[in-house]
Design a protein around this ligand. Structure first.
Ligand code: SAM
Length: 292
């Protein structure tokens, strides 16, 4: 018996297990492929991705989506009128290139082409695309520098390289903590993560000018499935908790605003702040860079 499942086997397995129902829903792993697309294209995350693209690449028409999995982003971009090429090394009909082909037919799209390849081995000519996009994929690179260099090579000068939701680790101990906590790692063993330095060095070396790094709590793109509204409520709850502890500690003095500021700060530093990205194993970052 194999000790690990493939990615496809893992997803098919968790679809049958009620304890993974929330993950299947939030990670867009439904067996009914259009259900995933419909949810993703209306998500706060995708709305924010489109807004950033409009800001950094307002005239873009052609887009390469790398490691597109079951096609949620590729199909959503195509529905939004981009000319999409998509590369996905996994041929699976439920979680890979085969799934994207089914969705292309389902949505009757003629503006999407599907290829099976690793990012490090894409065959497109130099300067082909206005945008190279990758969601939750760059951290799977088997050669990070090559992954980014190839993405840069196929981008037109001035084009946008946008990677979203890549796992960031601080060091090897932190990486182990991330892998030990990943819900699917024990089944398929294919998870990975790099440090912020490794990502940014790869971006710089590839002739890309890094314009924006969004850390985990900077954008709903990264902190989804938490919504912006839920995040606001949780922030308020944390603020109120800090204030009630601080007030109990110093009583009436808490009415003095400069004292309040200092004591709040001390109490906050002693509590487990849920919005400290260090408390999230493999917290996610988004990078936007322009080809020089
Ligand atoms: C976590 S999934 C993300 C899929 C999709 N982008 C999404 O957001 O739903 C990572 C995908 O990257 C693909 N992948 C792994 N290594 C890759 C590489 N070196 N180049 C391109 N894609 C890769 C996997 O086959 C998988 O479909």
């Amino acid at each position: 018996m194999k000790d690990k499942m493939t990615w496809e086997e893992t997803i098919e397995f968790i679809r049958t297990k009620p304890e993974f129902a929330v993950l299947v829903d939030k990670a867009y792993f439904d067996a009914d492929l259009p259900v995933n697309v419909e949810k993703f294209k209306q998500s706060e995350e995708f709305v924010e991705i489109l807004a950033l693209i409009k800001q950094y690449a307002p005239n873009a028409k052609t887009l390469l989506d790398i490691g597109s999995g079951n096609g949620i982003s590729s199909i959503s971009f195509a529905i939004n009128a981009y000319e999409v090429d998509t590369v996905e090394p996994d041929s699976s009909e439920t979680i890979g290139a085969g799934a994207i082909r089914k969705l292309k037919n389902y949505y009757k799209l003629d503006n999407i082409k599907i290829y099976e390849a690793f990012a490090e081995e894409i065959k497109f000519p130099d300067n082909s695309f206005d945008i190279v996009f990758a969601r939750q994929c760059m951290h799977h690179a088997y050669d990070l520098n090559k992954f980014v260099a190839e993405s840069s090579r196929v981008l037109k000068p001035g084009g946008l390289f946008m990677t979203v939701r890549d796992h960031v680790i601080y060091n090897e101990t932190d990486k182990k903590w991330f892998l030990d906590n990943h819900p699917l790692q024990k089944f398929y063993g294919g998870e990975n993560a790099f440090t912020n330095n490794e990502y940014t060095n790869a971006i710089n070396k590839a002739g890309l000018d890094l314009k924006l790094t969004l850390k985990h709590f900077d954008s709903v793109i990264n902190f989804f499935p938490l919504t912006s509204a839920e995040k606001k409520i949780k922030e308020k709850e944390f603020e109120l908790l800090v204030q009630s502890i601080a007030q109990k500690k110093i009583g009436l003095l808490y009415k003095l605003s400069f004292v309040k500021t200092i004591v709040d700060k001390i109490v906050k530093s002693k509590l487990n702040n849920p919005f400290n990205e260090e408390s999230i194993p493999g917290r996610m970052y988004t990078y936007l860079a322009i080809k020089k």
